[in-house]
Write a protein that binds this ligand. Structure first.
Ligand code: HEC
Ligand code: HEC
Length: 164
């Protein structure tokens, strides 16, 4: 299973390339969301945000998800009070600061944890997702620029290039 995991990630390079290209487009879409052309642009990049690499951490559930089929995280991993897992089984017990080739556990050079429930994207339509991303009441108090900056954090970068 571990080996398959990383092979699986690297075989998604085409998706990763699309994700990277979409980062720039996302900036444009978020900055000018009210404009029709931007709405169309956002519609085009929304599948990136809605990809399993992002959605598995942006859940509305009491647990993270895994894989392209977005199944419930195995081993009874729970969200916990702060998104860092249950006290006895924190995310950091397995997820380290880089992908672990031997065990197949993904990792990023940042504190690995779930996005808060208020940032759960499951079930949102494309329009709702767009409005969520630009709403400081729901996006962690971020300005448009801050949302774009956030897309360069190591946690999000991991999803851009999960197997590299
Ligand atoms: C390992 C878990 C994880 C993954 C994978 C992940 N995120 Fe997040 N994301 C978080 C956490 C945690 C926060 C909250 C950060 C904060 O506010 O300090 C967050 C917040 C955000 C926010 C700001 C809040 C919001 O909902 O508007 C955006 C935008 C975002 N992530 C985009 C992405 C994108 C795009 C991807 C996929 C390319 C992604 N994330 C993948 C954990 C993750
Ligand atoms: C007991 C070890 C363990 C703990 C604790 C753990 N994970 Fe995982 N996690 C794994 C393993 C192993 C994988 C890779 C599984 C696979 O793809 O085969 C994984 C994969 C994931 C993925 C899937 C990435 C993807 O897009 O497919 C996410 C998201 C994730 N974990 C989030 C979390 C979060 C958030 C926590 C804490 C709340 C957590 N994990 C706690 C072992 C763990």
């Amino acid at each position: 299973m571990p080996a398959r995991t990383l092979v699986g990630f690297s075989s998604r390079r085409a998706l990763c390339a699309a994700l990277i290209a979409a980062t720039a487009v996302a900036g444009l879409a978020l900055a000018a969301v009210a404009q029709q052309s931007a709405a169309e642009t956002f519609r085009a990049i929304a599948p990136v945000f809605q990809s399993p690499r992002c959605m598995n951490c942006h859940t509305n559930t009491s647990f993270p998800r895994q894989g392209d089929d977005r199944h419930r995280h195995t081993m009874n991993v729970a969200r916990g009070a702060s998104g860092h897992g249950a006290a006895a089984q924190p995310c950091s017990m397995c997820h380290q600061r880089a992908n672990q080739a031997a065990s197949g556990v993904p990792g990023a050079d940042e504190d690995w944890h779930l996005a808060p429930l208020s940032m759960g994207w499951e079930g949102l339509t494309v329009g709702e997702l767009c409005r969520h991303l630009v709403d400081p009441a729901r996006n962690g108090g971020r300005s448009h620029d801050a949302v774009i900056d956030h897309l360069s954090t190591n946690l999000v970068r991991w999803a851009w290039a999960a197997g590299d």
